[in-house]
Design a protein around this ligand. Structure first.
Ligand code: GDP
Ligand code: IMO
Ligand code: MG
Length: 437
């Protein structure tokens, strides 16, 4: 105790990386539990910007145990590049551990992801084309290659042979692609195995030990609740479970190990890729948010769709994650926008009104936000360090969020820098409950 789960409460890119980095200072371990290098987590430290795709966001604290959990899908090419990049920047990687049970993204997963999107044409999901979906599909089909397999040439070859066979049809256009050559693939992956071997471990005991000793363990989610394969806007979702329940499965701990679940949400909404987005803006305000918030994907560079904060979707996120706290980020981006809006209900087809997040896809695709309007503020909030430093209208927005979601706001982001965060007493108390690692 305490185990603290950090999840995205919207469609990803809420600022989870920054929050995990801040909490990691007092944590004994940080564990990524799902997703892969579809994630892009940004941490700004002074003039330096770090973008992590696979390495957990606690790695900037020298020696901090940082685990890539069994629930993550690992592209070893990306992970070794990330390791090399961090080494060049003199980051101590001695705490990095990679679960031997995590699944590997293989070259054919990348090709299948591309081919799948091409086949869908205009109906594409807008995936990151990193092979995430096909890798999780192979995991479920029991055709996955796991991290431990790259430590044994014979097993690796057997497993790749078995995995490729059923894909021949789907990949016939790529039949001559050198990436698909069994020999080359085996050699490449053995080489990755060699490079990653010092980090490969049986990882759940790292969490068990820290939790037994009463230290703070931060479980780092990727993507966001509405991209969850079960609870999100299917099929416009990712292929894993970014919700809090998945922290247990993806790290190897039981539900009783989780004390707190904090959802990270922007003071507005964004989404990358296709799919329903009831509060999306197609006007100058949306463009302004995109510009002021730098809303371009960390992983793919695609512009993020922008809209108002959606309290209907967030209320749903509170329930499916069991959120005990909310971290509201990017409040500074709303400065100068007049008036502000927050969706408190949806209007669906034929004028029907929805207080709760609709389960039905054809309703959700046509749902539009009904807004409560709030006065904005002109004051610069980037220097605020306590709630009292904020303009009254900014506090009123936070109060509306707390009241509508019946969940306390525990931290508030007012800029990308690590010091640009308001810590409430509730957040401080979790931080101080942790024994210093
Ligand atoms: P993640 O995927 O949830 O970790 O989020 P990303 O890193 O993809 O996107 C969040 C972006 O917002 C990053 O560029 C952060 O540096 C930046 N950011 C985080 N918190 C704040 C904040 O409070 N204000 C501003 N202006 N930027 C922030
Ligand atoms: P972080 O962790 C935002 C989106 C993609 C696409 C859908 C499926 O940085 O918040 P995938 O490649 O996962 O099969 O794509 O999910 N997506 C994200 N959007 N942030 C992310 O991660 C995302 N990871 C995937 O844009 O719509
Ligand atoms: Mg991101």
């Amino acid at each position: 105790m305490p185990g603290l789960v950090i999840v995205g409460a919207q469609w990803g890119d809420e600022g989870k990386g920054k929050v995990v980095d801040l909490l990691a200072e007092r944590a004994d371990a940080v564990i990524r539990f799902q997703g892969g290098n579809n994630a892009g987590h940004t941490i700004v430290r002074g003039d330096e910007v770090f973008k992590f795709h696979l390495v957990p966001s606690g790695i900037l604290y020298p020696g901090r145990p940082c685990v890539v959990g069994n629930g993550v899908v690992v592209d070893p090419r990306v992970l070794t590049d990330e390791i090399d990049g961090l080494r060049k920047r003199n980051i101590d990687l001695s705490g990095l551990r990679i679960s031997a049970n995590a699944h590997l993204i293989m070259p054919y997963h990348l090709l299948l992801d591309q081919a799948g999107e091409a086949r869908l044409g205009k109906r594409e999901i807008g995936t990151t084309k990193r092979g995430i979906g096909p890798c999780y599909a192979d995991k479920a089909a029991r055709l996955g290659i796991r991290v431990q397999d790259v430590l044994d040439e014979k097993i690796l070859k057997q497993k790749i042979t078995a995995a490729i066979e059923p894909k021949r049809q789907a990949l016939r256009d790529y039949a001559k692609d050198p990436l698909l050559d069994l020999h080359t693939m085996t050699e490449d992956y053995l080489a990755f195995g060699h490079r990653l071997a010092p980090y490969i471990a049986d990882t759940p005991p790292i969490a068990w030990r820290a939790l037994d000793e009463g230290k703070l363990v931060v479980f780092e989610g990727a993507q966001g609740t509405l991209l969850d394969i079960d609870h999100g806007t299917y099929p416009f979702v990712t292929s894993s479970n970014p919700v809090a329940g998945s922290a247990c499965v993806g790290a190897g701990v039981g539900p009783k190990s989780i004390d707190e679940v904090w959802g990270v949400a922007k003071a507005y909404s964004t989404r990358v890729g296709a799919g329903p987005f009831p509060t999306e803006l197609h006007d100058a305000v949306g463009e302004r948010i995109q510009r002021a918030g730098g809303e371009f994907g960390t992983t793919t560079g695609r512009p993020r769709r922008c809209g108002w904060i959606d309290l209907v979707a967030l209320r749903y996120a509170v329930r499916v994650n069991g959120l005990t706290g909310l971290v509201i980020t990017k409040l500074d981006v709303l400065t100068g926008i007049e008036p502000l809006r927050a969706a408190v209900r949806y209007t669906g087809p034929e004028g029907a009104s929805f207080d709760d997040f609709p389960y039905h896809q054809s309703v959700l695709h046509r749902a539009r936000g009904d807004y409560e309007e709030l006065p904005g503020w002109e004051e610069d909030v980037t220097g605020a360090r306590t709630l009292a430093d904020l303009p009254a209208n900014a506090r009123a927005l936070l109060e509306l969020i707390e009241q509508r979601l019946d969940t306390p706001v525990v931290m508030v982001g007012v800029g990308p820098g690590r010091d640009q965060m308001i810590w409430t007493d509730a957040a401080e108390s979790v931080r101080s409950r942790a024994r210093v690692a």
